[in-house]
Structures are given as C-alpha cells and as structure tokens.
Design a protein around this ligand. Structure first.
Ligand SMILES: *[C@@H]1O[C@H](CO)[C@@H](O)[C@H](O)[C@H]1NC(C)=O
Ligand SMILES: *[C@@H]1O[C@H](CO)[C@@H](O)[C@H](O)[C@H]1NC(C)=O
Ligand SMILES: *[C@@H]1O[C@H](CO)[C@@H](O)[C@H](O)[C@H]1NC(C)=O
Ligand SMILES: *[C@@H]1O[C@H](CO)[C@@H](O)[C@H](O)[C@H]1NC(C)=O
Ligand SMILES: *[C@@H]1O[C@H](CO)[C@@H](O)[C@H](O)[C@H]1NC(C)=O
Ligand SMILES: *[C@@H]1O[C@H](CO)[C@@H](O)[C@H](O)[C@H]1NC(C)=O
Ligand SMILES: *[C@@H]1O[C@H](CO)[C@@H](O)[C@H](O)[C@H]1NC(C)=O
Ligand SMILES: *[C@@H]1O[C@H](CO)[C@@H](O)[C@H](O)[C@H]1NC(C)=O
Length: 874
C-alpha cells in the first residue's frame, strides 16, 4: 500500500468576485522587500508569458484557461507598438491586436495581468516592436536622451496607459492589471550611450511613474533603476538575484523555459526537470514572482518575425506548444510544481527571509518557519552528477542530482523537480520531439501523420524580374534598403544597365577570365540576375558578396533583389542599423579598371507585383492572369502558386507542410501565414541531452541536418471546411505539388509511475472547510492520461504493472508483471479522452511480486473521436 498521511495547510484564495462590469473587487497592488502585495497580502506569484498577436483571438480563451489549469496566476505580455500604430497616428486595436479584449479575457478568467509596455520589446519581433516610420522622424535617436524619440515614446506609453484606464483594467478599478514594465533590458546597452543613457533611463522611469497608473512598475535587467521602480532579473536561472534595494522584492520577469530559433539553426529544447529546478531554486532562495518566457510562444505570423532570420514558429519549447496544445510532460510537471509552491505560500509570505542550513557539500535547505505553526522547506542538491541522502530535522531524504525537494510542512516531500509523474505526449509535428531522461538517451524522432487534403491542380503566375510598374524610379547611386521600402515589403529591386564592348569580351576570352560582381557588405539576402537570368544568391549579416557573372557584348542589365528576413530586434542604435547594401558595388576584371556600379544610375522598384495586386487575397484581382500549372512543368524561380484545399475534420490544429519547398511566403484565405524557408540545420551537434547541469541554448538541440521549420501553423479560425485558398510565393525552382496539410495532435501518450512515487499532487482533492483551511489527503499514486480535445484513447500499445523497463515508445516487461495489466488499463482508458489509474495491488487484482516496488508503465495512442469531418467554424 502507498503511504498514507494527512496534514492541514492554509491557502490564501484569490478574491475573484465579479462585480458588474468588473473582473475583481477593486484592489491595490504594492510591494515590500519580500513580495508583491495584493490587496494587503503578500503573494507568491507564477506568471506565464502569452503574446496576444502570436495567436488569434479565437485561441486566447483556451490558452488562458490552459494557463490557469497549469497553475498560473498572472498572464504576462509585451505591447507591440508597430502592430498598434502601423502608420503614425493611425492606431490598430483590432483582431490579433485587440489588446483590450485580451486583457479582459485574462480578467474574466480570474487571472492577473502583467503588461510590459516597453515600448521597445525586443521579443524576436520585427524591429523590436518599433514602427519603422520612427526612423524617419527628423533628428531621432532611439532609446537615448533624444527629444524626438522621447516624445514619440511618451505619446505611445501614455496612449496605452490611458486605454487601460478608460477600460477600467487596472487592479484598483477592478481590472486584472497588477504590474507594468517600462523599457526592456536597457541595462544591457545603457553604457553604449554614455551619460545620455543614464539620463534617458531616469527619464523613462519618471515618465512612466508620472502616468499615475496606480500599480508598480518594473525595469528588467536595470541594476541602476531608481528607488521607485523594481529592477528585475531575466535568464535561465535567477536564484542568486538581488534587486538594488532591500525594499524591493525579487522578481524574475523572464524565465527562459526554451529559446527562439533562426533559419538554418538547430531547434533548442529545455529539459523540464531543469526548468522545475530553476523555479524551485528561485522560490527557495527568496524569490517572489516568476514569469515563464514563454508559457505559450505561438507564431510570428506575416512579417512580424524579428531578425535577422528569426523563424516563423515562436514555439519556444513552451509548456503550451505553438498550436495551443499542452506540451507534456512540461506543462504537467510544472503544474505539480506550482501546486507544491502554492502549498508553501502561507509560510513563504510569513517570513522576510528563509533560514539557511547547509546539508552537505552541495546540498542545502532553506526553511520558512513562522511562529511554530507554519513551516515549509526546500531541500536542494546542486550536484550535477550524484544523488545525495541528506538528514533534515532527523529524517533522511534522498535527493536526485540537480534537484529540489519541496516540503510544504517541513516534513513531507510533496514534489521533487527531477521526478516526473505526469504523462509524456508525442505529437505529430514538423519539429523533432526530444525525449529526455535521467539517463542520457538518444533523442527520439517521430514520423509525421500523413493526410492529403490539397488538390493536385495548381495555378501559377510568374513574378517579373526587376521593375514592374510606374511606381519604379531612378536614382544615381545606391539607396539604403529601408529608406526606400519603409518595410512595406521584404523585397527591393535594384537594376542598372552597363555597356560591354567587343574589347572587354576579347580581353576576357584571351585571359580565360570573367568579370566578378562584388558587394562590400550586404544583409539579409540577395539574389543576383544578369539579363533576367538568375546567377546566384547570398545570405548573411553584413557579409561580402563575390559573384562571377557572364556578360554579353552590348547592353547588360544587372538586377539585384535585396531582401530583409525580419528587421533587427536587439542592440543599441537600431535606427542606424538599416538593411540592404553598404559600401561599394563593383564589377571587377576589366582591362581598363573596375566599374563602380555604386555610381551608376539605378532603377528601383519596391516589393513584388503579386504583393501589389494582393493576389493572395480571396477577392480576385482582375489584373491577375493565372495559368494552369502542368504537373510536368519546367518551373521557374519567383513564381506565385495557388490552389484550394479542404480543412481536415475534427478539432486538431492544422499545419501546412512546406518541407518540399525552398524559400518564400505563404497565405491562406488572404491571411499571411508567414515566411518559410527550408534551410537545413548543421548536421552535427544533436547529441544526447541530460537535464543535469546549467542549461544554455546549444545544450539540447534537435533537427540536425534537417530544415529548421517544415510545418507552418494555419489557425483553425482562418479556415472553412472546404475551398480554402492557398497562395505561395516561391523564390526557388521548387514546385508546390508536394505541399500537404497536416493535423497536429498528440498521437502517443505515455506515463510511468511507481507505487512509492511522491504524493500525487495532481490527484489531491482539496476540500475547503468552513474556517478557510483545507485538508490535503494523500492517497495512493495515480497515473493520469489525457488526449487533446476531440480525441480519445484508441489503443493501448503497452501496459505493465510490475517492474517494466525502458521509456516512452520503448517500454518492455520486467521480471515482475501483473497479467491483468493490459485489461485493467484498457478498461479504464479505451474510448475516453482522459483516464486515471491507481498504482495499487488492489486495482490490478493482487500483488504480482511481494516485496518489490511496483511501477505502472503505459503507452497509448490517441485519435480523433469523430470519424465524420465536422464543419470547422470554431
Ligand atoms: C487603494 O489605495 C488608495 C490610495 O491609498 C485608497 O484611496 C483606496 O481606497 C485603496 N483601494 C482599495 C480597494 O483598497
Ligand atoms: C503565534 O501562535 C500562537 C498560537 O499558536 C498565537 O496565539 C499567536 O497569535 C501567533 N502569533 C502571531 C503573530 O500570529
Ligand atoms: C518605370 O517607370 C517609368 C516612369 O514612370 C515608366 O515609363 C516605365 O514603364 C516603368 N517601368 C515598368 C517596367 O513598368
Ligand atoms: C535614409 O534617409 C535619411 C533621410 O530621409 C538620411 O538622413 C539617411 O542618411 C538615410 N540613410 C542611409 C543609410 O542612407
Ligand atoms: C488589385 O491590384 C491593384 C493594383 O496593384 C491594387 O491597387 C488593388 O488593391 C488590388 N485589388 C484587390 C481587390 O486586391
Ligand atoms: C479548521 O477546521 C478543521 C476541520 O474542519 C480543523 O481540523 C482545523 O484545526 C481548523 N483550523 C483552525 C485554524 O481552526
Ligand atoms: C482521506 O482519504 C481516506 C481514504 O480515501 C478517506 O477515508 C478520508 O475520509 C479522507 N480524509 C479527508 C480529510 O478527506
Ligand atoms: C530500448 O530499451 C532498451 C532497454 O530497455 C535499451 O537497451 C535500448 O537501447 C532502448 N532503445 C531505444 C531506441 O531507446
């Protein structure tokens, strides 16, 4: 039998009274040296980052409720200036930018909101959130003591604070907003601006606080923040962090629970056990507010990805995946962690700092004990290699390597960060799924689920090479890319005409040489054409380009297509960064000296003809002439393709598999899905992954030798059941015939729990008593399994109660095995969306092997519960 015990713990309940038009009874927020104080009570808060424009409004409520179910108290988001003010003075608060609706949904679900206004946000978002028009304001210098910049920044910050106040969204108005942020990681670049940096930082702080928002403001990574602003920590670990005053609480604004990805890079993952360790260490050592960056990462739709070269997926390996599905075991393990921390909250808030006890060379306890009645403790083993047995209050505890045990009553282990008792889910995905365990094991790959919904008939249209409309213009010399495009398109055509004489040709023939085009410096991508023929391309950030070209006698047209792949989002002097070409563009290899093309007359054309015609839109533009694409067509570069497709039935999220394509952009029903690029990650570096030891973004990577991103999220709300218009702009010679539509869902679920597993927190019932206390009842451990919404358990691949071996997708029976394992598990789970099974002899009809610790390991498949394709208006 499992251990049985009982203890009582006081839980501070969130007052979630919904008064007419308000989400909460109005409350004040302040802070002291220990914690954020909400309505007069210190709180230990778990926050989760969700950036509203990285999902659709139709996804928001599900994301918020999954966050709440995961034990999150606060939702954090940046504010995206360039989304809200695409043209100076013209605001957009609609659709994915309906921030008021998002904040209200957070409030109505009873969660708080932490609004990071910036308005510089970095966020791997185009231009760090700055509108590109900001560059054109005369005399402007960003993020320094510069009057034009400060005026623009203040105007926008004021606008957002006023909007939140008008909508009664601050806590003291009964709204969910409890905290605000001004600027973002300015401390990283402040010194680049000399004394003007500090002056700007002080101005920003004062300006923000002067807006009388009535809730605390923070500045992250700002060790010199003024006394009335909380300076906070961002990083993988923040347990050693101390703010610059004892009057401020320890706040972790960005806990990087994953990492972002660039085109052509491996895909980073952060092991669940290490994230849990970092969170537990933070609260162990006096932390009070922790925000996951990201709790849901989502998608960089359209051209919102930052750069250079941030991919369209912003999955971030977050607890909720890009598509809005739970990432397991990450989500579940952190949920159990949050529950354990919440059980400690009464003791954690009761004392100003914990009592430290050294338990061993790399083992330590922090005890929060108050008045003999409340006591919670954290026992840490920071040894990266070995388990340790420690003695604490006359009891022995076994601590796995690199782990923290949480003892809400200073006696009972409610949770250990390295012991996962929740399910693992393996999904259909374009990215590799990583599987980590205590023993380094090979990363697992899985085969995507194939469904074909796309018709094989495609139409196509060629994009002209070079100027295509009367909006072209000429200029002698090379203009800076962003100065010309204003970022209305990634693409800028540059064409010039040169004359090649007989003499030049015979010189090259005699010397068996050819002329070479050189560009001193270029970013992010360039295609080179001579007389309409593609000659080569180059990618990089301020790299030199050298390309041999063939020229003919007479006039030759040299055309360069300069492309941005997301504007710079990080660093000082962003306004000076620019794009396109720098330095000289020269044709070398002539008898009579180089030709300086930088000094010739150039014809400029911004964007693509197809973009201008909006040929991706569902309204046919009369001036477009699509033709049928024969299946054996000789394809050309720079083509538009279109077809129609049916949406997969059911509720599963949908993806476009573009692994057969090259580089370009894609639209569905007129919605811009984003850029795509099947650039392969380096072949090496995807070794095994061990959760133990300090994490960095190169430690646990997948997708070596494969495209960084193959699947692209199409939100369900952008689809109808049939006849969905798909338009692709492809820059290489790939054909669209192999493009397919995929369902993304949890295909395989596994779990493995022993009868001596820690108290199954997720199984605890929390009955409230009249005096406000709750009793926690420990019963036997349970296994909990769940398929995604709309799916049910369709088969049991493995079930063994006894001493099974191996891990998910590789379980095998051990010496001890209950013959009833399969039937008990099948009966409990088959045909259901979720099920739970107690790990006890009674459930399995007797003890299969006396005196041995039994484990239940299961592996099951999930599939769509309705075989009929239902209509998809979600
Ligand atoms: C919040 O604080 C203000 C100013 O101290 C006070 O007037 C107000 O009554 C407080 N509101 C609540 C709900 O405590
Ligand atoms: C400490 O506990 C005792 C009884 O356990 C109680 O009477 C007393 O009020 C408590 N003190 C505080 C400051 O809560
Ligand atoms: C470029 O612009 C000029 C002047 O507006 C126009 O005459 C010419 O036709 C344009 N070129 C193309 C390819 O449209
Ligand atoms: C861009 O244009 C502005 C004037 O509008 C000019 O001051 C600036 O030097 C230009 N930038 C580059 C890199 O040419
Ligand atoms: C059709 O193309 C024209 C010319 O580029 C453009 O101005 C117009 O907006 C397009 N119409 C639609 C419905 O997209
Ligand atoms: C609250 O009630 C429970 C039983 O309902 C009891 O065990 C507990 O001692 C009470 N706690 C306090 C602080 O009175
Ligand atoms: C604890 O669990 C046992 C067995 O399930 C049950 O009999 C008992 O009533 C429970 N106690 C509480 C306080 O819920
Ligand atoms: C499967 O498990 C067995 C032992 O249980 C192990 O030897 C083998 O390497 C595992 N295979 C994979 C692919 O994980």
């Amino acid at each position: 039998m499992g251990i049985k015990f009982q203890w009582v713990c006081l839980v501070l309940t969130v007052q979630a009274l919904i008064v007419a038009g308000e989400f909460f009874k109005p409350f004040n927020v302040s802070y002291d040296g220990r914690a954020i104080i909400i309505d007069g009570k210190r709180r230990m808060l778990i926050s989760g980052g969700i950036h509203y424009p990285r999902a659709t409004p139709e996804m928001w409520s599900d994301l918020i409720s999954k966050s709440k179910e995961g034990g999150v108290d606060v939702i954090e988001t940046y504010v995206f200036w360039n989304g809200h003010e695409p043209v100076r003075g013209q605001y957009n608060f609609e659709g994915r930018y309906n921030i008021v609706k998002f904040v209200k949904q957070v409030g109505s679900s009873g969660l708080y909101l932490f609004l990071r206004i910036g308005p510089y946000v970095c966020a791997e978002w185009n231009f760090g959130g700055f509108p590109v028009w900001l560059r054109d304001i005369p005399g402007i210098e960003f993020r320094t003591d510069n009057i034009p910049f400060k005026e623009e920044m203040q105007r926008f910050v004021k606008k957002i604070v006023a909007l939140m106040r008008e909508e009664s969204l601050f806590s003291w108005q009964g709204g969910p907003i409890i905290m605000l942020q001004i600027e973002n990681e300015y401390g990283n670049i402040e010194s680049s601006y000399g004394p003007k940096g500090k002056a700007y930082m002080r101005w920003a702080a004062k300006m923000a606080v002067g807006l009388d928002a009535g809730v605390p403001w923070v500045m992250c990574k700002q060790t010199d923040a003024p006394e009335y602003i909380i300076d906070t920590c961002n990083g993988y670990y923040c347990d050693g962090f101390k703010p610059n005053s004892k009057k401020k609480p320890i706040v972790w604004t960005e806990h990087w629970d994953g990492w972002y990805t660039n085109w052509g890079d491996r895909v980073p993952h952060r092991p669940t056990e290490d994230i849990a360790f970092a969170v537990a260490r933070f609260f162990q050592r006096g932390g009070s507010f922790q925000n996951y960056y990201m709790y849901f990462g989502g998608t960089n739709f359209g051209r919102t990805a930052g750069g250079p070269n941030i991919i369209t997926s912003y999955d971030y390996d977050a607890p909720i995946d890009e598509y809005g599905l739970l990432r397991q075991p990450k989500w579940g393990h952190l949920k159990d962690l949050h529950a354990a921390i919440k059980l400690c909250e009464p003791a954690l808030v009761a004392v100003n700092s914990p009592h430290y006890i050294k338990l061993g060379p790399q083992q330590e306890a922090h005890v929060y004990s108050y008045n003999g009645s409340k006591c919670s403790a954290f026992l840490a083993n920071i040894d990266e290699h070995n388990s340790a047995t420690v003695k604490f209050r006359n009891q022995a505890y076994i601590l796995p390597p690199w782990s923290v045990s949480i003892l809400p009553d200073c006696r009972t282990t409610a949770f250990n960060t390295a012991k996962i008792g929740v399910q693992t889910s393996i999904k259909t995905t374009g990215l590799d799924v990583a599987s980590y365990s205590n023993d380094p094991a090979p990363l697992k790959l899985m085969a995507p689920y194939e469904v074909d919904y796309i018709s094989k008939t495609w139409k196509f249209l060629r994009e002209p090479i070079g100027a295509w409309s009367d909006s072209n213009f000429t200029y002698q010399g090379i203009l800076e890319h962003l100065n010309v495009t204003k970022d209305h398109s990634d693409y800028l055509w540059y064409s010039t005409r040169i004359y090649i004489s007989d003499e030049d040709i015979s010189y090259w023939e005699e010397n068996q040489a050819s002329p070479v085009l050189t560009i001193d410096s270029m970013r992010d991508f360039v295609c080179i054409f001579v007389n309409g023929q593609f000659k080569g391309s180059a990618k990089g950030k301020w790299i030199k380009v050298v390309e041999p070209v063939d020229l003919i006698q007479g006039h030759n047209d040299i055309t360069l297509l300069s492309q941005t792949v997301g504007l710079q989002n990080y660093g000082a002097f962003l306004e000076k960064d620019g794009a396109g070409f720098r330095g000289q563009i020269i044709l070398k290899g002539f008898k009579n000296g180089d030709r300086k093309l930088t000094e010739t007359m150039w014809t400029y054309q911004v964007g693509l003809k197809g973009e201008s015609l909006k040929i991706y839109s569902i309204d046919e533009n009369e001036s477009t002439e699509w033709t049928d694409l024969p299946t054996d067509a000789t394809v050309t570069r720079f083509s538009w393709y279109k077809t129609y497709f049916d949406a997969p039935g059911g509720l599963d999220p949908v993806a476009l598999d573009l692994s057969s394509m090259g580089k370009g952009q894609v639209w569905v029903n007129g919605h811009h899905i984003g850029r795509y690029w099947t650039l392969d990650a380096p072949k090496d570096g995807c070794q095994t992954c061990d959760y133990r030891g300090a994490y960095d973004s190169d430690k646990c990577v997948t997708n070596c030798g494969r495209p960084t991103q193959s699947w692209y999220h199409i939100p369900r709300s952008w689809l109808q059941a049939s006849d969905n218009l798909l338009v692709v702009f492809e820059e290489t010679e790939k054909t669209p015939l192999e493009i397919s539509i995929k369902s993304h869902y949890t295909e395989t679920i596994c779990a493995e729990v022993s009868e001596n597993y820690y108290p199954p927190l997720h199984a605890w019932s929390l009955p409230k008593t009249s005096n406000g206390t709750i009793s926690l009842n420990h019963t036997v451990p349970e296994i909990h399994l769940r398929c995604d919404a709309g799916n049910t358990i369709s088969s049991v691949k493995f079930a063994s109660y006894g001493t099974p071996q191996g891990s998910c997708q590789n379980f095998s029976r051990g010496n001890c095995h209950s013959p009833n394992s399969f039937s008990v598990v099948s009966q409990a789970c088959m045909g259901r969306q979720s099920c739970s099974i107690s790990i006890s002899n009674a459930v399995f009809g007797g003890d299969p092997c006396h005196g041995v610790v039994k484990t239940l390991s299961v592996e099951m498949r999930c599939s769509s519960s309705s075989s009929t394709s239902s209509s998809l208006m979600l």
